[in-house]
Design a protein around this ligand. Structure first.
Ligand SMILES: Cc1ncc(COP(=O)(O)O)c(C=O)c1O
Length: 404
């Protein structure tokens, strides 16, 4: 049996809605996208939700809305996907990289504070040359669906008066609370602006797609306008009877709108979000139950006061416990038909960031120590017990042949 890293879960409702959309005569941004935005805003508890064609677009628009300009600084974790930092480069601004926490693998708020203090004092900061530009935003990312320590990050952001834009590409639904006595806060309500991804393997999908949410009217207006060519108002309606052929361009915007075909899928994925999460969560529990008996593995766990979305099941190989390395481990599983992945090589080790900023090994020790150990196992709604068992049996087998 082969087990893919991911298989999307598409029900008849998504398919029927796409067919209805195709027959409706309205394919691009329109009524279904407006409905998707309204439902999404309601489900996460945000005032505004703007549907976009990716999370990368959401991050870009968020930075534009908060006023990032050439030469500014934006703080991002080094342990993240390309998109979180590349959007900063779109402005010729500089991503300031920060190490991650060992447990959550999200940005380390203590390291974040040290970096912010050093920037303010004009002291040396890895990868940067003084004099520094102003810090215009912090982008924490919820690794694999485990939420960052929201309170700790916000404490720093508040102290330095910088907005927080969450990269929640992995995170729907998920939640955080300050303590067992405090109320749960859903992702989408814990930042100034939150960016979601609906890429094919994400918690809910539209094939490609994203959503940006905020409580702030001014930022929402700006992001909406900039998402469709910088055209003043309800640009999508200009070909409808309700709209007008007349429009004005406020700024040179982008082409980031989501189609109604994609929103047709999104509307029904959103309705299923809790059920899809329950499946991921049950699979994660099963993995933990079975693999905790295998020596040499460090398994992910839901931290206290968090509700994990389980987008990823990213475990670690304890190096001393194996006579093969991570690449050999993944290859061995691949030979048995099981596809795994790695999230991620830290950004500062990639050629672009080394070349452009002079980043090198030794700067972010936690991320560097973890990344050679990381293996993301298949986890997706619809994964069968037999598939999960196949993955676990293959790992148990490897432990027997290659464990020390
Ligand atoms: C952490 C993170 N941020 C942002 C993105 C970008 O999402 P999208 O593909 O929707 O632009 C991804 C995509 O995998 C991601 O993993």
């Amino acid at each position: 049996m082969s087990v893919p890293f991911f298989r999307p879960s598409i029900s008849a409702a998504e398919i029927d809605e796409v067919v209805a959309c195709l027959k409706s005569g309205w394919l691009t941004t329109g009524p279904r996208t407006k409905e998707f935005e309204a439902q999404f805003a309601k489900s996460v508890g945000a005032k505004h939700a703007i549907a976009l064609n990716s999370c990368t677009a959401a991050l870009h628009l968020a930075l534009e809305a908060v006023g990032v300009k050439r030469g500014d600084l934006v703080v991002v974790p080094t342990m993240t996907f390309a998109a979180t930092a590349e959007v900063v480069r779109y402005f010729e601004a500089t991503p300031v990289l920060v190490d991650c926490e060992r447990d959550s693998m999200c940005i380390d708020a203590k390291a974040l504070r040290r970096t912010m203090e050093a920037l303010l004092a004009g002291q040396k900061v890895a990868g940067l040359k003084a004099p520094y530009g102003p810090v215009k935003a912090i982008i924490p990312m919820h690794y694999g669906g485990q939420m960052v320590d929201v309170d700790a990050v916000h404490e720093v952001a508040k102290a330095f008066n910088v907005p927080v834009i969450e990269d929640a590409a992995h995170t729907l639904p998920a939640a955080y609370r300050s303590s067992p006595q405090a109320p749960w806060r859903k992702v989408g309500t814990t930042a100034d602006i939150t960016c979601f991804s609906f890429y094919a393997n994400k918690c809910i999908t539209t094939g490609e797609g994203g959503m940006v949410v905020t409580q702030d009217d001014t930022w929402a207006d700006r992001m909406r306008i900039m998402s469709l060519h910088g055209i003043s108002r309800d640009a999508w309606k200009r070909f409808t009877n309700d709209g007008s052929w007349y429009y004005e361009i406020e700024a040179p915007g982008f082409k980031y709108n989501l189609t109604d075909i994609a929103s047709s899928v999104g509307l029904h994925q959103l309705k299923r979000a809790d059920a899809l999460w329950a499946e991921r969560s049950a699979l994660a529990k099963k993995y933990i139950e079975r693999l905790s008996k295998v020596p040499g593995l460090e398994l992910p766990r839901e931290l206290d006061n968090r509700q994990h979305s389980w987008h990823l099941f990213s475990m670690r190989l304890v190096p001393q416990a194996w006579n093969i390395d991570r690449a050999q481990f993944i290859d061995a599983l691949k030979k048995q038909g099981i596809t795994c992945s790695v999230h991620w090589m830290p950004l500062h080790l990639h050629p672009y960031y080394r070349r452009t900023y002079g980043y090198s090994e030794g700067l972010f020790p936690v991320a560097e120590a973890l990344w050679p150990q990381l293996v993301s196992l298949p986890i997706f709604p619809g994964m069968t017990q037999a598939e999960l068992s196949e993955v676990c049996a293959a790992i148990e087998g490897l432990s027997k042949t290659h464990g020390r």
